[in-house]
Design a protein around this ligand. Structure first.
Ligand SMILES: C[S@@+](CC[C@H](N)C(=O)[O-])C[C@H]1O[C@@H](n2cnc3c(N)ncnc32)[C@H](O)[C@@H]1O
Length: 279
């Protein structure tokens, strides 16, 4: 549901256990119309090319990209996320997605495994680049990507607790009290993050970087809000299953009245391409 990474994690990567289950159940995917534009910008077609989804989580991008490429590699360092992604792919009957356990530092080895020069049509990275080291990753991806292809960095919008709405401010206050510290990390979703990624693409030699956007409002039930929130908790901070109803009741009491919470969602895709001069 929420766009960002783990709340209160102090920078530790953690998406295992029940967090992965909440992630699969409550994180929204990306608008099909935006994915069509990303596919067009990267020169993708359903009949050719391999797309890498790095930090694929439970498949929010890998699964829809499977209809826009010949083959997709979903890669993630968290086994629980990868298992749920693979289960979702099997439920959808997808036969062109391969699931690989690995992180950004493993991309050079993946490149060695794939046959031929520039074996990738594209790489997509959804709400995950803030866990990686772009200055090291982007040159590796550029060298693996065919001319006209590229890398798309997608974000599903700001974290739930960082919107400018009354309920989001109340949520942030509740969470800051719960974790005992300020929550400021934008998890790769704001304009300063995008400007930094743009510079890192340019430094890595990508030909151009274009920002595609899709904004809309989502009306969340309280159940979706809590599920989305728990999908962003580090596993060791998630309340024990028996304590979750009391946590939810305290949160409900801390939020403004009403049974719907309007979330302004700004989905972005920064698409960087590999120029034809490298052909
Ligand atoms: C917020 S989730 C995003 C999942 C999905 N791509 C999406 O768009 O919803 C971040 C994912 O990045 C993965 N991740 C964390 N560190 C990573 C790294 N160094 N390299 C690749 N993936 C990483 C996590 O395991 C997690 O599944």
């Amino acid at each position: 549901m929420t766009g960002g990474g783990a709340v209160g994690s102090g920078g530790t990567v953690a998406f295992g256990g029940d967090v992965a289950t909440y992630y699969a159940a409550y994180r929204r995917g990306y608008p099909e119309a935006l994915l069509d534009r990303v596919g067009a910008a990267l020169g993708l077609s359903a009949v050719d090319g391999t797309v890498l989804d790095l930090g694929c989580g439970t498949g929010q991008l890998a699964l829809p990209m499977a209809h826009r490429a010949r083959a997709v590699i979903g890669m993630d360092p968290e086994p629980a996320m990868l298992r749920l992604a693979a289960e979702a792919g099997a439920r959808q009957g997808l036969a062109n997605v391969t699931w690989v356990l690995g992180a950004d530092r493993d991309v050079p080895a993946l490149g060695a495994l794939l046959d031929g020069p520039r074996p990738l049509a594209a790489t997509v990275i959804g709400t995950a680049l803030h866990w990686m080291r772009p200055a090291e990753l982007f040159p590796v991806l550029r060298a693996l990507t065919r001319p006209g292809g590229g890398v798309a960095v997608l974000s599903g919008g700001a974290p739930l607790w960082l919107h400018g709405t009354d309920w989001s401010r109340a949520l942030r206050a509740f969470l800051e009290d719960h974790f005992g510290r300020e929550l400021r990390a934008t998890c790769g979703t704001d304009d300063a993050d995008l400007a930094r990624y743009r510079r890192e693409f340019a430094d890595a030699g990508f030909a151009s970087a274009t920002l595609l956007e899709h904004a809309y409002e989502d009306l969340l039930t309280f159940d979706r809000l809590v599920g989305g929130l728990w999908s962003a908790f580090p596993p060791d901070a998630l309340p024990a299953p028996g304590d979750r109803p009391a946590f939810a009741a305290r949160l409900r009491a801390a939020l403004p009245p009403g049974d719907r919470f309007a979330e302004p969602v700004r989905v972005t895709a920064l698409v960087a391409t590999v120029g034809p001069a490298e052909r």
